[in-house]
Design a protein around this ligand. Structure first.
Ligand SMILES: C[S@@+](CC[C@H](N)C(=O)[O-])C[C@H]1O[C@@H](n2cnc3c(N)ncnc32)[C@H](O)[C@@H]1O
Length: 192
């Protein structure tokens, strides 16, 4: 049986080696920082989140961390518009034995979000930051719990408008954590 921690560490090491040799932003894997992945998994576990939605699968590093923290029967739906990376992610999920908990959608996040029904205990955004504001109506429709957004410190200029819009949305408590590249946590209260 594959050890999850060894496997995810090997995936991250390969990604970082690849990313260090590749210039083009869109050709890099850009995996979540390990400290952020652990915190995300702790949140999923602590909140007993059963239904998680992720925007930005890449090669599946963050997806695996979330999936291994789900309770029995829990599910994560993850979206990416890059078919090659989605296929790599699918290979990783099968190799580490997490494929039963993970559903992948390959397509533009804006279109995919509009087509999704139901509600999610936790939504994780790690994709094209300039589009987050456009996604907000769909996120408000789908979220019934905690929204987590990466890169709010490293790319504050790209995420500030989205963070401000969340702060102005009734029913949200928003905070930022200096973990990894900066995580925004926005908890939706039960009374929204
Ligand atoms: C930072 S990477 C995600 C990293 C991943 N969460 C991890 O930690 O392993 C961002 C991903 O978003 C995807 N992406 C960018 N724009 C997108 C869009 N409009 N729709 C869907 N996916 C998109 C990219 O293909 C890329 O794989």
């Amino acid at each position: 049986m594959v050890d999850f921690h060894d496997f995810s560490a090997a995936v991250l090491a390969r990604s970082r080696d690849h990313d260090s040799r590749v210039e083009a932003h869109e050709s890099r894997y850009r995996n979540l920082e390990p400290a952020s992945a652990r915190l995300l998994a702790d949140l999923v576990c602590g909140l007993r989140a059963e239904n998680v939605l992720e925007v930005g699968t890449s090669n599946g590093y963050s997806t695996m961390w979330i999936a291994q923290a789900l309770p029995p029967g829990g599910r994560i739906l993850t979206i990416d518009n890059h078919p090659g990376r989605a296929a790599e992610a699918a290979g990783h999920f099968a190799e580490v034995g997490l494929e039963a908990q993970i559903e992948q959608r390959v397509g533009d996040a804006g279109e995919e979000l509009a087509a999704i029904h139901g509600s999610f205990d936790l939504i994780f955004l790690d994709s094209d930051r300039t589009a987050y504001l456009d996604y907000l109506p769909q996120i408000l429709r789908l979220l019934d719990g905690l929204l987590v957004v990466d890169n709010v410190i490293s790319h504050e200029h790209e995420t500030a408008d989205f963070a401000a819009a969340l702060r102005e949305t009734p029913g949200f408590a928003v905070l930022m954590l200096a973990v990894g590249k900066g995580l925004l946590l926005a908890q939706r209260s039960a009374e929204y």
